[in-house]
Structure formats: structure tokens, C-alpha cells
Design a protein around this ligand. Structure first.
Ligand SMILES: Nc1nc2c(ncn2[C@@H]2O[C@H](COP(=O)(O)OP(=O)(O)O)[C@@H](O)[C@H]2O)c(=O)[nH]1
Ligand SMILES: [Mg+2]
Length: 484
């Protein structure tokens, strides 16, 4: 059930895909090379489909919801006119609702008139009629039939669900997701700050990237429509549509961890300046977005309710938006909520844990939460200058690796660094200080390896584009898992 890797994300998406073909304007012509990019395996969308079928009917049964076309809803029938339809009229209705010729032919051959139509609630009857199998399309059929029988507007009219149709909804507050994955009452509680990242710079994706983004936007619209039909919370649908809008934005790296783990110091070390406030007591009370800005923009800050943007003349920020979070802390619950709210929007998570107290219980719970969103995680074991022995360091690094793997299901890269020393080295070099000293601090900081990884990740377009594409997919998969 849980999202352990990209393949399970993709298999859920296949489930959505199988349910989605009848959404108006929906098509998925993903080139085969792109499919393998998305799935990271040989599995194609088609190959995933059979897994869908056994899954759906028991789920509907478990939810104790009648099939839309079941006897229960049919007793509410108000519009009697369909009962007098002949076969041609039934077929015209099917066509108008967007069902394929496989459907209309099966209806013609089996001489389904209006009276027979209202009895078509049994999946086995549809099987015997030779109607296509995907349960998603059948569900839509029952839904349309139910609308017809109850004199409601056609379902296809709602198939054009778009951002504008949800923009009047209340802004995301505390999500109502109640998936009991973690026995922590806060586990699923988050405040989504909305599409923060969707503010400025466009990400250069390349032609193939742009094409995939366009396809994925259609796909997300289809999933959003599906979620709406599954009575998903409006706020969840809004989040998904916000993420769709974020697809064209810069890659975002979000730094999370408990307060005092050294998140702000790490960002400063990466950027080479004291831009984020550091301190022994929780200092960062808002989410800070670090974006590129030079000339008159340099140093400008823009405050909003839950976040603050800083524009800095640092080249790396042309490629990424770095995000400093307040961190999680059992005492300051508001900050924990803010941090959690931001996680769904991130493309890459740098999870900072301190050598003083590597992987605490609350950090474990935060990782659990992150995993539910299908995020790519890089672990940073910070403050390694506190170790006097290399063996000690390696032992703790192994501990972090093993335990994060247990939680995430995949082993993320683990970097052991001393952020504070790395920043000292960079600042001292920039100020023209004694180079031997700076070099020694730099070596002790072990920062080289992490920087190499970050640069390699960001300069590989296929990695960044892929990760960006996966961001809304992981969230979509979680919602589908939650609501189906
Ligand atoms: N010994 C040591 N202390 C560090 C290191 N990085 C940060 N710190 C200290 O840890 C404290 C918390 O750092 P900060 O970056 O504010 O943590 P945050 O709350 O996670 O943002 C500060 O006093 C930092 O000076 C490090 O690499 N080594
Ligand atoms: Mg901080």
C-alpha cells in the first residue's frame, strides 16, 4: 500500500490512467523513451493495467458506497424519458458522453434500449456484452447513467474541471487526510501555503521537457477530475492543481530537519554567505525562499504571511530555489505544520540530522511523512566535526543509512558534513584569509562530496526534468491511494 519507490507511484498512476481516458481532451501519447524515464523500469503503462481490475470493486464495496448505477440509486429515478429510448437513442447518448466505438458497437449488437440501459448495473452483464474492461471507464459509465437517471447534468460537463473552477474554494488549510500510516496524531496535519513556488522564474526544460510537461498537465487535470468524482477534499484537488502550475518553475530544494540540526548553516555553506539566520534556539520562524536576484534586486526581501523571499546574487540560484524551513519541533507546532505543508511542493529534500542526536524519533516520523508524498530525499549528517574518530563517524553514517532505508524503502545518499566549517572556509577564502587554514577547514568539513553531488544533479537536465515531473505525480499517487 505504501509508496516505496517510483515504480509503485507509477503503478498507481497507471490505475489513474486506466480510469482517465474518457476525460474530455485527455490523451497520453508519451513517447516510449519518456515512459522509461518516468518509470525507471521497463514497465509500460499498458503492462500495469491488469493490476487495476481486482483492486477497484472491493474498494467500492469497502467504502460502502453503492455503484452509481446500483438499484439503490436507481430507485431515485426522476427522469422517465430514457425508458422509452430506442437503441439508436441510447447509442447517441453514449457518443455524446464520449464513450468509444467499442462501447457503442457492443450496445448496438446487444440491442440495448432505454429499458435495458437502466438495468446495466451488473459488471458481469457488461462482461458478457463485450464492453471494454477498464474499471475506470465502467465507473464513469455508471456515473453518467446515474446522472441521466436522476436528471442531473451530464458528467462530461464536469470533465473540464480546471484551476478556475476551484479557485473560489477556500485556500488550503489543515488537510483532512487521515491516512493512518503513522500513529502520531500530527502526522497528516499540515498547512499548505499554496503555490509559493509558482511565483517567478521559468525553468528551462528543453523541447522534450516542455512536451512532457504539457502531457503531464493534461494528466494532472484528469487525475484532479477523477479525485473530484471520488469526493476528494477540495483542498487536496487545489494542491494538485497548484503543483501542476509549478511544473514550469525552477527546481526546488527544500531543507528540512529538526530545529538546531544545522539547516540554515547548511544552506549558508552551500550558497557561500551568511544569508539565513543561524542560532541555538529556533530562529527561522517562517519559510525562507532563496531566489536569484542581482543588480537592484540583490538583497531584496519580500515578506508574505507564511514565507519570505530573499533575492541573492548567487549563481546556483539561477538553477534552483533553495528553501529554508523552520524545522520540526514538538514544542512549536505551528512551525512543524508550516514545514510539513511545504514538503508536497518540493522537488528534492535535503534532510538534515545532527551528529549530536542522529535520527531522533520525531525525525523518523518526519521521514515517514515525506515518504508518503513520494519525495526524493538526500540525507545530510551534519556537525561531523564533533566526531574525533573516523570510525565513530562511519558507524553513525551507517546507522543513518540503514534506518532511513528502513523508513523510506530505498537507500538515499547520505553525506556526512560540517556545514559550519564549510561556510567558515568559504568566507575566509572570499575575504583573502590564510589559505592553509581555509583549506584545512574545508577538508574537515567534508563538503566537497556534497557539493559535487548537488552540482552533478543540477547540471543533469534529465535528472532535474524527471524529478520535476515526478513531483505532482507523487502527490497524485498519494491522493489516489487515499481516496480510492
Ligand atoms: N559543531 C557544529 N555546529 C554546527 C554546525 N552547523 C551548525 N552548527 C550549529 O548548530 C546550531 C544550529 O544551527 P542552525 O543552522 O541555526 O540550525 P537550524 O535550526 O536547523 O537552522 C548553531 O549554533 C550552529 O552554529 C557544524 O557543522 N558543526
Ligand atoms: Mg534555521
Amino acid at each position: 500500500k505504501k509508496m516505496t519507490n517510483h515504480n509503485s507511484v507509477v503503478s498507481l498512476l497507471c490505475a489513474a490512467l486506466a480510469m482517465a481516458p474518457h476525460v474530455e481532451g485527455f490523451s497520453l501519447h508519451v513517447p516510449s523513451f519518456a515512459k522509461s524515464r518516468l518509470t525507471a523500469s521497463q514497465s509500460s503503462f499498458a503492462a500495469c493495467q491488469p493490476r487495476l481490475r481486482p483492486a477497484f470493486s472491493p474498494i467500492l464495496a469497502r467504502n460502502n458506497r453503492p455503484f452509481p448505477g446500483s438499484a439503490l440509486s436507481m430507485t431515485r429515478m426522476q427522469d422517465q424519458s430514457m425508458l422509452s429510448w430506442n437503441v439508436d437513442e441510447v447509442v447517441s447518448w453514449l457518443e455524446a458522453e464520449g464513450f468509444s466505438s467499442d462501447w457503442t458497437e457492443a450496445f448496438t449488437q446487444n440491442e440495448i434500449d432505454g429499458e435495458a440501459l437502466q438495468l446495466l448495473k451488473d459488471p458481469e452483464v457488461l462482461d458478457r456484452m463485450g464492453v471494454p474492461k477498464p474499471m475506470g471507464i465502467r465507473l464513469k459509465f455508471w456515473q453518467r447513467l446515474d446522472n441521466l437517471a436522476n436528471g442531473r447534468p451530464s458528467g462530461s460537463a464536469s470533465a473540464t474541471l480546471s484551476r478556475s473552477s476551484t479557485s473560489t474554494l477556500s485556500r488550503p488549510g489543515t488537510s483532512t487526510l487521515t491516512k493512518p500510516d503513522v500513529d502520531d496524531e500530527e502526522a497528516n496535519e499540515f498547512t499548505s501555503p499554496g503555490a509559493i513556488l509558482g511565483a517567478s522564474t521559468q525553468a528551462p526544460m528543453g523541447t522534450v521537457g516542455d512536451m512532457l510537461v504539457a502531457e503531464e498537465k493534461r494528466f494532472i487535470d484528469a487525475v484532479a477530475e477523477l479525485l473530484a468524482e471520488l469526493d476528494a477534499d477540495d483542498r487536496d484537488v487545489t494542491l494538485l492543481l497548484d503543483l501542476k502550475d509549478n511544473l514550469n518553475q525552477l527546481y526546488s530544494v527544500v531543507v528540512v530537519g529538526e530545529f538546531n540540526a544545522g539547516k540554515s548553516s547548511l544552506i549558508n555553506a552551500i550558497l557561500g554567505g551568511r544569508f539565513c539566520k543561524e542560532g541555538v534556539v529556533p530562529t527561522t520562524t517562517t519559510i525562507n525562499l532563496l531566489r536569484f536576484g542581482d543588480g537592484t534586486e540583490a538583497g531584496r526581501t519580500q515578506r508574505n504571511k507564511d514565507y519570505c523571499e530573499l533575492f541573492l546574487p548567487v549563481q546556483l540560484l539561477r538553477q534552483v530555489t533553495m528553501v529554508d524551513t523552520p524545522g520540526t519541533n514538538a514544542i512549536i507546532r505551528e512551525q512543524t505544520k508550516l514545514t510539513k505543508g511545504f514538503i508536497p511542493q518540493s522537488d528534492l529534500i535535503l534532510f538534515v540530522t545532527s551528529a549530536e542526536r542522529p535520527l531522533t524519533e520525531t525525525e523518523g516520523r518526519l521521514l515517514e511523512y515525506i515518504r508518503q508524498w513520494g519525495k526524493k530525499v538526500v540525507m545530510i549528517l551534519n556537525k561531523v566535526d564533533l566526531f574525533t574518530q573516523d570510525e565513530e563517524l562511519e558507524e553513525v553514517r551507517a546507522f543513518v543509512r540503514e534506518n532511513t532505508e528502513k523508513i523510506l524503502g530505498v537507500a538515499p545518499p547520505v553525506f556526512a558534513v560540517a556545514g559550519r566549517l564549510a561556510l567558515q572556509a568559504k568566507l575566509s577564502r572570499a575575504a583573502g584569509g590564510p589559505s592553509a587554514e581555509a583549506d584545512a577547514a574545508w577538508r574537515r568539513s567534508r563538503f566537497e562530496e556534497l557539493e559535487g553531488y548537488i552540482t552533478a544533479t543540477l547540471s543533469d537536465n534529465s535528472v532535474t526534468v524527471r524529478t520535476k515531473l515526478e513531483t505532482p505525480l507523487g502527490v497524485a499517487a498519494r491522493f489516489l491511494d487515499n481516496y480510492r
